[in-house]
Design a protein. Structure first.
Length: 391
């Protein structure tokens, strides 16, 4: 029996971090309940990467073959100009910063794999929100019910309610940019291909994956994050204004936003905290150390963090385990958070001059022999960060 055998644990959030943590906690003998505010599992979503150490975690769960079977199958990535001309094209792994055995799949597919593997190990309560937390681990749910746990884990993302309840407001550091993602009709007839258009301060891309008839659009743009709009109507208006006058397929992609039922809109932000635990509450994944979508490492941090937290609780116990987890994870988190601010500067160019220079350089590079080898050097920092921990 491990040090948490029969411990009663509440995990708030049924995303990647929360579900993976529930699997590992149950593996070590804990009695786990996963509370999720949403009424049902959230399938679909954007494509995500499993890299480096996270591949080892998924392999140790016995789920790597399933994950690889559901890879997106995206074959090529291209940068286009305002007329739609492909300025530069490369294989999708190079375009997406993947090396070796890294796997790209839809977030919803990964969530489903994890949830199905965990369903008989933990209890899932959808439509359940934690409204208050006491230092001794007592949770008050939105309906008024109260229950005491040996440990409460916040795995509820960038805007973590658990973090606010236990630590107070703060911790979210915006990087001066926004991200918006939604499903669109595949009017370009893309076949496992990704196209990216870059304007001054505004990037737009669209891609199709294997087995899907529609496509996904993603918009990344600089903006005043202090003025973050709330509510669907305000967000659509804010986004439309930000891209006013842009060419390529931007107007059609924006027009499709009004019909999409899966719009995601938020700032590109990181979470930086002095501590990840307080009393009987501990944080994992984006709730503790969001590296931002620009890092490309959010999913891997969630998987590795879940594995390390469960392992340290099992070996060191509920009292010493959270501190051990933080000690092990801090250097890994720091290495991966460094990627976010650096990457967003390459993903969103500030001026028309930068855009013109970038297009010229990409055009020259596209004609060079061995361009993939040259571009592969760009992704070396991502690989180093993804493997910057020993499990």
């Amino acid at each position: 029996m491990t040090r948490i055998g029969n411990a009663k644990v509440l995990v708030s959030g049924a995303g990647i971090a929360g579900t993976a943590l529930a699997w590992w906690l149950a593996e070590h003998g804990a009695e786990v309940t996963v509370a999720e505010r949403a009424d049902a599992p959230r399938d679909g979503g954007y494509k995500v990467d499993i890299r480096g150490a996270a591949l080892t975690v998924v392999e140790r769960m016995g789920l790597l073959d399933q994950a690889r079977a559901l890879r997106t199958g995206v074959r090529t990535g291209s940068v286009v100009d305002a007329t739609g001309r492909r300025v530069a094209s490369m294989d999708a792994d190079t375009f997406g910063g993947r090396v070796h055995d890294d796997a790209e799949l839809l977030r919803g597919d990964l969530s489903r794999i994890l949830r199905e593997a965990t369903a008989d190990r933990a209890g899932f309560r959808f439509g359940t929100e934690v409204a208050a937390l006491d230092p001794d681990g007592t949770a008050t749910f939105a309906g008024g019910a109260r229950e005491r746990y040996d440990l409460v884990v916040g795995a509820d993302g960038l805007r973590s309610a658990t973090r606010t309840l236990a630590f107070g407001a703060g911790g979210v550091h915006d990087l001066g940019h926004y991200v918006a993602i939604w499903s669109v009709p595949n009017h370009l007839g893309l076949d496992r291909e990704e196209l990216t258009y870059v304007g001054p301060g505004r990037t737009a891309l669209v891609y199709s994956t294997a087995g899907q008839h529609d496509a996904k659009a993603m918009f990344l743009f600089a903006g005043d994050t202090a003025a973050r709009p709330r509510g669907r109507e305000a967000q659509e208006r804010f986004l439309t204004d930000a891209y006013a006058g842009e060419g390529w397929e931007v107007p059609k992609l924006l027009a499709a936003m009004g019909e999409a039922d899966d719009l995601y809109f938020d700032t590109i932000s990181q979470v930086r905290l002095d501590a990840w635990s307080r009393g009987r509450v501990v944080l994992v994944g984006d709730a503790a150390y969001c590296a931002s979508p620009a890092s490309g490492q959010g999913t891997s941090l969630a998987l590795v963090g879940a594995y390390v937290l469960a392992g340290e609780l099992a070996t060191a116990g509920l009292d010493a385990g959270p501190a051990r987890y933080e000690e092990r994870m801090r250097p890994f988190v720091a290495a991966n958070q460094k990627l976010g601010p650096a990457n967003i500067k390459r993903m969103v160019l500030r001026s028309r001059g930068q855009v013109r220079m970038s297009m010229r350089m990409l055009g020259v590079l596209n004609r060079l022999p061995g361009k993939e080898r040259l571009l592969a050097k760009v992704v070396e920092p991502i690989h180093r960060a993804a493997t910057a921990i020993t499990l």
